[in-house]
Design a binder for this molecule. Structure first.
Ligand code: HEC
Ligand code: HEC
Length: 384
């Protein structure tokens, strides 16, 4: 009896695998959707209770930023899907960010972080968030000194990292360890793929078939994260706020300037060129990393600039074959992915697909905010 169950689960996963492969682009083989395992832990940053506890406090602590008013959690709010529920994220005081804030849930699995995949791990991501001009805008030495003047942190860093004086680089490690606990797995989709056929509703099962077949989402959203972590241009429309919000325009221009493009492009760029910024290869214009689909029930709005406000709007966008974008001179970008084609989904099929997408999310992850320790001045050596 037990074996029978096992066999039928195996057969079912083989079927999921086959549909995945047959539906993929031009015969390219892609991995099927799969249950999510545990996140990888880097050998030089092992998990421990004390480190996770410290990392959690630091995630909440605005003293890891420029003017000590904005912490990681300010833009990654637990009750906003651990992101920020506006099209463009809020920015450092006096600025608006230029992209949508991503959820930190399951970021521990990602080999490419940020919308255009510019860093390879949580450890590398955290300093760029705390220091970036429109995010934390912090300065390493200032942030490190602040930590040193908080006795509870001095004690915790010593216990966890063995240093007399907290090191800012260890703060990023502790935050990363905390992020490795922000994991949502065992969702209805995971349970279904692991063999529990009751975990998804009939409607969701129909949605899954569309996902793997007619709608061909699996071509890019595949494997356990529902992301191949590759780059595509879908023709997502530009951020609306770039038309009428001065602060948003300032950040957009600043980012283009800071990322170093030609004078001509600096003047002409009308939209976020994404991956192009990193390679300066025009074949990468407008490409972004395939977004994982887990936890997306809670992370609206969607896409790198929050262009869509609910999952149905996203599916309608794909049903129309994606969009068309123009970066400079009024001509449509040639980098749009050839995989996207009008899908011909009916209203009912769209509902089914949306219901399936929701199955990737499970329960919301709630944690209690930590109590932050106070500063205490050390005796001034000059007065000794
Ligand atoms: C001012 C708002 C803001 C602050 C503060 C902020 N973030 Fe973010 N975060 C964002 C935005 C916006 C993005 C996407 C940016 C991009 O791709 O260019 C992002 C992306 C990320 C990602 C990438 C997720 C993925 O799917 O690739 C992680 C992880 C993350 N932030 C963690 C942090 C941590 C840790 C801190 C504190 C050290 C922090 N953030 C501070 C707004 C913020
Ligand atoms: C050609 C590859 C490709 C295909 C096919 C594809 N996607 Fe995507 N998907 C992406 C990329 C790339 C992004 C991020 C785009 C951006 O931010 O501009 C994305 C983003 C999304 C998002 C937003 C997630 C977030 O966190 O904001 C959802 C939802 C989504 N896709 C669902 C689907 C569904 C449903 C299908 C099938 C109808 C599908 N995708 C087909 C590549 C693809």
């Amino acid at each position: 009896m037990k074996n029978m169950k096992k066999l039928s689960a195996l057969a079912a996963s083989a079927i999921v695998g086959l549909t995945a492969i047959s539906a993929a682009h031009a015969g390219a083989k892609v991995p099927p959707l799969a249950p999510l395992g545990d996140p990888p832990i880097p050998a030089d940053n092992k998990q421990s209770e004390a480190k996770i506890k410290l990392g959690k406090m630091l995630f909440w602590d605005p003293r890891l930023g420029g003017d000590a008013s904005i912490a990681c959690v300010t833009c990654h709010e637990p009750d906003q899907g651990w992101g920020f529920a506006d099209s463009l994220s809020r920015g450092y005081p006096g600025t608006v960010h230029w992209r949508n804030s991503q959820t930190v849930i399951n970021s521990a699995y990602l080999k490419k972080q940020f919308w255009a995949g510019s860093v390879g791990s949580n450890e590398k991501q955290a300093p760029s968030a705390a220091k970036g001009a429109v995010a934390g805008n912090g300065e390493n030495d200032v942030m490190e000194t602040r930590l040193a003047f908080i006795p509870e942190y001095r004690k915790a860093f010593k216990e966890v990292f063995g240093t007399e004086w907290p090191l800012i680089s260890d703060a990023w490690k502790a935050i990363s360890s905390f992020e490795r606990t922000l994991i949502v797995k065992d969702t209805p989709v995971d349970k279904y793929l692991a063999g529990d056929k009751k975990a998804l509703t009939k409607q969701q099962v129909r949605g899954m078939k569309l996902f793997n077949g007619k709608a061909n989402c699996i071509a890019c959203h595949n494997g356990a994260l529902a992301s191949d972590q590759k780059y595509y241009n879908l023709g997502v429309p530009p951020a609306e706020r770039w038309n009428d919000d001065g602060l948003a325009q300032v950040t957009f221009r600043y980012e283009i300037y800071a990322k170093g493009v030609t004078q001509k492009l600096y003047r002409k760029l009308k939209d976020d060129p994404g991956f192009y910024f990193r390679t300066k290869d025009k074949n990468h214009m407008g490409k972004f990393r395939t977004a994982p689909l887990r936890y997306t029930k809670y992370t609206a709005p969607y896409m790198h600039n929050g262009a869509f406000w609910d999952l149905r709007e996203v599916v309608e966008f794909y049903n129309a074959g994606g969009g068309q974008n123009d970066f400079t001179d009024g001509t449509i970008a040639k980098t749009k992915s050839p995989i996207l084609k009008p899908l011909g989904l009916s209203e009912k099929e769209i509902d089914d697909l949306v219901a399936f997408l929701e199955g990737f999310s499970g329960e919301e992850l709630k944690v209690e905010a930590p109590k932050l320790p106070e500063y205490a001045p050390l005796p001034n050596p000059a007065s000794n």
